[in-house]
Design a protein. Structure first.
Length: 139
């Protein structure tokens, strides 16, 4: 069995963003030479996420509005976490809802997606470097 590991780095200039990272994950798959197996893609920071969904701008706007209703950024005083001097209590909650990682099957050297599925990096407290781990295992 082979394994492959790579870190993808992001430095999002805004507080929040959704970035389609499918091409980067596909490049990792190609570099790995793995034809059958699994890929794990996970955010290595507690205020970011990795998730699978459709790459449609209206959906991304819906996510933004929905998440802001669930865990509004302001007032920052609403979050006990922010008493530590941070202002990102909402980002921790948004990450919890959107998830830490995804696992995708690899079949015939390709990501084995359903219709419209793509992998996204969700940033909820940007403006600094963060990483995503891509770990492939298989034959």
């Amino acid at each position: 069995m082979k394994s492959y590991r790579k870190e993808l780095w992001f430095d999002v200039p805004t507080r929040r963003a959704f970035i389609n990272i499918t091409p980067q994950v596909e490049a990792c798959l190609e570099e790995s030479g793995i034809l059958e197996g699994l890929v794990l893609v996970n955010a290595m920071h507690i205020t970011a996420s990795v998730f699978i969904n459709d790459d449609e701008s209206g959906l991304h706007q819906d996510y933004e509005q929905w998440l802001e209703k669930l865990a509004p950024h302001e007032p920052v005083s609403r979050y006990r976490h922010n008493r530590t001097g941070e202002d990102n209590g909402d980002a921790h909650l948004k990450r919890q809802v959107m998830g830490r990682e995804v696992v995708v099957a690899i079949t015939g050297g390709r990501l084995d997606f359903g219709p419209w599925e793509q992998i996204f990096y969700g940033e909820f407290d940007g403006r600094r470097k963060k990483r995503v781990l891509v770990k492939l295992i298989g034959e």
